[in-house]
Structure formats: C-alpha cells, structure tokens
Design a protein around this ligand. Structure first.
Ligand SMILES: Cc1cc2nc3c(=O)[nH]c(=O)nc-3n(C[C@H](O)[C@H](O)[C@H](O)COP(=O)(O)OP(=O)(O)OC[C@H]3O[C@@H](n4cnc5c(N)ncnc54)[C@H](O)[C@@H]3O)c2cc1C
Length: 471
C-alpha cells in the first residue's frame, strides 16, 4: 500500500463532495471520498426542484443576484453572490454537457423573477445529478470511495489539518475538504436524511475553526404531514395553491419560504391543492404522494413546515478555505455568506457546484505534507480513536424543534443553549444573540428587523459571538 498521503480527502458524497472530487481528479490529484452512509443518504440525492442559474434568454447574472440578495434580507455577502451567479451558468451547462437530462423548459420558483431553475422530471433533479456524478467518480482511476465510514474528528497539528479520524483509524491528505451537508435532521420535523445532524460544525468547532450564521435554519413550508416528503416550490410555481381548513387561500404561494412557512405554522398546517396543475410533469413526486396514501388528483394534500436547509456552517472564504490551514468546506456545511438570512430556492445545488469546484482548485495548491509526519495515508490502526459517532436521539430532536423552531422565544433558546449536543447548543446561542427577526430566524419577542444587527454572528475559538460585516 502506498504510504503517500492522498492529495485531496473529501468528506461527503453529495453534490459538493462529488464536484470537488471530480474537479481535483481532473487536475491529476489522487482523491479519497468518505461518507458515513451510502449515496441516498445525502440531501443532494433527494433534491427535487432543481438548480438555479441564469441561462434563460431573458435572464442575467445581475437579475439572479438581485433576487438572491432580496431573499437574503440585507445579509448576503455580495462577493459570494457575484461568484455564485456569474459562475453558475457555466456549471449548469457543464452538467448538460455531461448528460443530465434536464427538462426542456426552465421552471419558476418562489423569490425568482425569471424562469431559471433547471429540473429533471419536475422533481428528480438531485437524484439525476448525483447519480450521474457518482458514476463519473466510480469511473475515475484517481478517485477512491469508501462508504459507511463516519468521520469522527479532524486531525490538526501546528495549525494545519492533516486528515481525519474514522472508527477504522486515521486517513491523511495534503488537503481535506468538508462537504458534509447540513444539520436539519437535528430538528424533529425535517426534510433531510437522518445523518444530516451538523457533524461538520461539531468537528470544526472542536478543531478550532470558526462557525457562523448558525441561527439561520431554513424551514421548508410545504412538507407532507407525517413524513419528510417535500412538496417543492416548483409545484407552487406551476400553479398549486395553499388552502386553509376552510378551503380559502391565505398567502402568496410564491412569497419567500420564511413568509410562507410562518403563515402555515400559525395555522398548524395547510393543504396544497395540486388538482389544477400539470401533474404528469412531476411524475416521480406524484408517485411518492400516492405511496403516502393521498390522491393528488382528487384531494388537497396536508402540509406543514419542516427544517430544511442550514444556512450557517463552517466559515470559509470564496475558495472554501477555513481558519485551519489545508482544511476546506463547501456546500451546505460551509458559511460563505452567500445566502444571507434566507436562501433563495434552488441556489444550494448551485452553491455545491460553484463552491465545490472552487474549493478543489484551491486545495490543489496546498504544499505537500512533510513525509515524516505521515506513517500511512490510510486507516492507520494505531490511530484508531476512542471517539463515538455523534447521534441525535428523538428527545434531542424534539427539543430542538420546540425551542429553535419556526418561531423562537428567549426562554426556550436559553434552555437549549445548555444542551450537551454541541450543534444544538450553538444554534441556540446564535439565535439568542440575534434578538430580532430576519429572514428565516423569527423571534416572537423581537418580531422586527433591527438594523444594528446587520452582520454575521461568528464564533471563533476562545471568543464570544462577534458580529462581523462580510463584503
Ligand atoms: C428533500 C430535499 C429537497 C431539496 N431540493 C433542492 C432543490 O430542488 N434545489 C436546491 O438547490 N437544493 C435543494 N435542496 C437542498 C440541497 O439538496 C442541499 O443543500 C445540497 O444537496 C447539499 O449538498 P452537500 O453536498 O453540501 O451535502 P449533502 O448532499 O447533504 O451530502 C452530505 C454528505 O456528507 C456525509 N456526511 C455527513 N456527516 C458525515 C460524517 N460524520 N462522516 C462522513 N460523512 C458524513 C453524508 O453522508 C453525505 O454523503 C433539497 C434538500 C432536500 C433535503
């Protein structure tokens, strides 16, 4: 076995991890991808509506930026938005060239002023993209993949990340890219696969990296009651309406997600009426609804909000660099500031493509590791740790849902801030500090936006929360 460390270690096999791995391999790097589950355990696999990108004739990067920043409520980092919207179209075209079978028409989604969302079969985009990228990764001689291998912690020495620790031992690499997704499965009601409980944030904090924006959990308004099946914005873009118990409309269905989520939350639930839309266009989703026991052709479907997208995460610059040398983060686990206080629909798969690629390109420039420090590149048994995989028991998830849910109050947050779970506690600390309502974060005691709090809360090791301006 080679004792040379991998050039690039990618943790996570969702859209960000696959993009990073393929980019690094295309440039000649040896890559190891690790994931704690299997391919369908990523959020990317389940993404539905699509990928935003200004590729329509009537669209421009500027218009996409305006919509992104409007959704983000004065908090988007403008430089990150520029990168996203300017590089986005090229990334979408690359997927088309790779063979992703996008529908011929672009879709309209909430908060977008133009049709700019590329979808597959209406709502099978995530599966189509990640399964295709996975096939390319499998075909690459430079990429090795190991599934069912949870990363437990980062190895950091002298301020540099050297790799990770897994239950089977340690793995070393010149650069490590975290592409570990979000934390929404820490909430009882969620759209995310169960493993998405914020491990990247927990590990990065433990290793001394900064995290930011953890108060901003985006709740998806329309999730089938009693399940995690998301009924995507694209349905509302196609004309589906939201009805109350009396069968009356009560909200602009295409308003930003936070507004729609709160309007439904206040009523407990709502019904999504799909009877008048072109249902065959969303064939796979209709099958899922029917499997859940509902007939979308004859009855409005009961929906309510669920935790969906983690805006906060590990602080990075525009090429994915964290505070720790040779450690990168991309995709949902990163906090680039691109989404501000509210993510625009379908901007997150795009974020994975754009920033996953950028992180890989930057990682390729890392100086090689000093040979003496690395006896083996892979699963060195002597390094096998006594660490346990992080889990989120139902009681914790219920507590997080109650105390850091769609509507928050200081007493509940103060209690949650004492949680032994580091991610639950940090969410509560951030949400307590943000004594205002902005974007996805709603405080019942402070229902208005407070201009004094315009900025990103950042937690750096050994310091309290600091409000920073990101340009
Ligand atoms: C139901 C649903 C629908 C969505 N629809 C859309 C949409 O239409 N458009 C859009 O833009 N976005 C959508 N999103 C959001 C989008 O899918 C995600 O933001 C994006 O896919 C995140 O990709 P990622 O690569 O950052 O992380 P993920 O795809 O979540 O991948 C994370 C990876 O990290 C691994 N991992 C986590 N912890 C560990 C650990 N400790 N050790 C090892 N591996 C670990 C996981 O197993 C997984 O492989 C949707 C999300 C969901 C859940």
């Amino acid at each position: 076995m080679s004792t040379k460390p991998y050039d690039v270690l990618v943790v996570g096999t969702g859209a960000a991890g696959l993009t990073a791995a393929l980019t690094a391999a295309e440039h000649g790097a040896s890559v190891l991808m690790l994931t704690k589950g299997h391919a369908p355990d990523s959020s990317s696999w389940h993404a539905q509506g699509g990928i935003a990108g200004a590729i329509g004739d009537d669209d421009t990067a500027e218009l996409h930026a305006v919509d992104t920043e409007r959704a983000g409520r004065e908090l988007c980092r403008q430089s990150a938005v520029r990168v996203l919207v300017e590089e986005g179209p090229e990334r979408v075209r690359e997927l088309i060239a790779l063979g992703v079978p996008f529908d011929p028409e672009l879709n309209l989604e909430g908060g977008h002023s133009r049709r700019r969302v590329s979808s597959v079969d209406g709502a099978a985009t995530g599966w189509a993209v990640t399964s295709l990228l996975s096939r390319h990764a499998v075909a690459s001689e430079r990429i090795a993949t190991r599934e069912a291998t949870a990363v437990l912690s980062l190895i950091v020495s002298g301020g540099r990340c050297l790799g990770v620790v897994t239950p089977e031992g340690s793995v070393t690499a010149t650069a490590t890219i975290l592409a570990m997704g979000g934390a929404a499965a820490l909430w009882a009601r969620t759209t995310n696969p169960p493993g998405q409980i914020g491990d990247a944030v927990a590990m990065a904090m433990a290793a001394g990296a900064a995290v930011a924006d953890m108060e901003f959990m985006q709740f998806h308004p329309t999730v089938l009651e009693g399940s995690r099946l998301l009924l995507s914005e694209a349905l509302r873009g196609a004309g589906a309406t939201l009805l109350d118990d009396n069968g009356e409309r009560f909200v602009d269905e295409l308003a930003p997600r936070d507004e729609v989520a709160r309007a439904i939350f206040r009523r407990g639930h709502a019904f999504l009426d799909l009877r008048s839309i072109d249902r065959p266009h969303f064939g796979s989703l209709m099958v899922e609804i029917e499997k859940s026991g509902f007939d979308p052709a004859t009855q409005p479907i009961p929906v309510s909000p669920a935790a969906h997208y983690t805006i906060g995460g590990v602080v990075t610059d525009l090429v994915g660099r964290t505070d720790i040398a040779a450690l990168y983060a991309a995709g949902e686990c990163a906090a680039t500031g691109v989404h501000g206080a509210n993510r625009l629909a379908s901007n997150s798969l795009l974020e994975c493509l754009v920033f996953g690629r950028r992180a890989a390109l930057a990682a390729l420039d890392e100086a090689p590791l000093p040979a003496a420090a690395f006896p083996a590149r892979e699963f060195a048994a002597e390094a096998a740790p006594a660490l346990q995989e992080r889990v989120a028991p139902a009681q914790l998830r219920d507590q997080v849902w109650r105390q850091a849910g769609v509507v928050r109050d200081p007493a509940g947050l103060a209690e949650l801030a004492n949680s032994p779970d580091p991610v639950a506690a940090v969410v509560a600390r951030f949400a307590l500090a943000r004594a205002e309502s902005r974007g996805v974060h709603y405080r019942i005691d402070a229902p208005k936006l407070n201009p004094v709090l315009e900025g990103h809360f950042v937690l750096r090791p050994g310091q309290g929360l600091i409000l920073e301006q990101w340009t």
